[in-house]
Design a protein around this ligand. Structure first.
Ligand code: ZN
Length: 231
C-alpha cells in the first residue's frame, strides 16, 4: 500500500501540509518541498523556517522579517536564527520566561505582537519547541506555567500596538530610544501619545478579557519553563 492510496494518512502526518481544496485535489506537499531553497532551519526541530510576518520601515525600526516554524511554531527574526545548541542553551536557565509564539496575542498581533520589540531578537518559543529543545539540552521539563500578569501586560501592549504608529510606544519613548522627531515623525509621535492616553483603560480591560480566555485555552502570551538536568 503506497502513501498515494491513503490520503487520510497523509493529512494526519504533522510533517505534511495539504494545499488547495481537499475535495478538488487531494494533494499534499511536505514542508521540505514547500520551503524556499536555502531556507534557514528551525533550531528546535530542524524543519525549514517560513516567513511569518514582514514589517517594512515600521516606526523606528528598519525592515524586519520574522520566520516561523510550521511544525513546532517557534518564531525568530531573520539574521538571528541560532544553532540548535544555541537555542537549547536557553533552557540552562530555570525558570526561564519566554514569549509564547503559540499564543492568542501572537496570532492577534502578528507584526504588532509586543514580544517583537526592537531590543529583543531572541527566539520566541512554544510548548512544542520547548519539548524538542529540552531533549537537545539533555534536560527534563518539569513544568510550563503561563503567568497571567505578564501575559496580560503583553496582551495590553499588543492591543495598543494595533492602534499606534510606533510599536511599544510608551516603553520606547520612556527609555529615550524614541524621540518626537525620530521614528515616523513628530506628528505621529504626538498622535501616538494621545491615542495611548485615550485607549489605555479600554484596551487594558480588553486585555484582561482576551488574555483570560487565552489562559483558559492554554494560549497565554508568556511561558515560564521550569526544567532540570536529566539523570
Ligand atoms: Zn520547529
Amino acid at each position: 500500500m503506497g502513501a498515494r492510496s491513503r490520503p487520510r494518512d497523509l493529512r494526519t502526518d504533522p510533517r505534511l501540509i495539504v494545499v488547495g481544496s481537499e475535495r478538488r485535489k487531494r494533494r499534499a506537499v511536505s514542508l521540505e518541498q514547500a520551503a524556499a531553497p536555502q531556507a534557514p532551519r528551525c533550531p528546535a526541530c530542524a524543519q525549514p523556517l517560513f516567513v511569518w510576518v514582514e514589517a517594512r520601515g515600521w516606526g523606528m525600526r528598519g525592515d524586519e522579517l520574522i520566520y516561523r516554524c510550521e511544525n513546532c511554531g517557534l518564531a525568530v527574526e531573520h539574521g538571528a536564527v541560532p544553532s540548535a545548541e544555541g537555542a537549547a542553551a536557553m533552557l540552562d536557565r530555570s525558570p526561564l520566561r519566554a514569549a509564547n509564539a503559540a499564543s492568542l496575542q501572537a496570532w492577534l498581533g502578528a507584526e504588532n505582537w509586543a514580544a517583537l520589540r526592537p531590543s529583543d531578537r531572541g527566539v520566541k518559543l512554544t510548548p512544542a519547541a520547548v519539548e524538542r529543545l529540552s531533549e537537545l539540552a539533555g534536560r527534563r521539563v518539569e513544568r510550563i506555567r503561563q503567568p497571567a500578569g505578564a501575559g496580560i501586560a503583553a496582551m495590553w501592549q499588543t492591543l495598543l500596538n494595533l492602534l499606534t504608529f510606533h510599536r511599544n510606544f510608551v516603553a520606547e519613548a520612556a527609555s529615550g530610544r524614541l524621540r518626537p522627531g525620530a521614528g515616523r515623525g513628530r506628528a505621529a509621535y504626538f498622535v501616538d501619545a494621545a491615542i495611548t492616553g485615550l485607549a489605555a483603560i479600554p484596551t487594558a480591560l480588553l486585555a484582561v478579557l482576551l488574555e483570560g480566555g487565552a489562559l483558559l485555552a492554554r494560549r497565554g502570551g508568556v511561558l515560564e519553563i521550569t526544567s532540570a538536568p536529566r539523570r
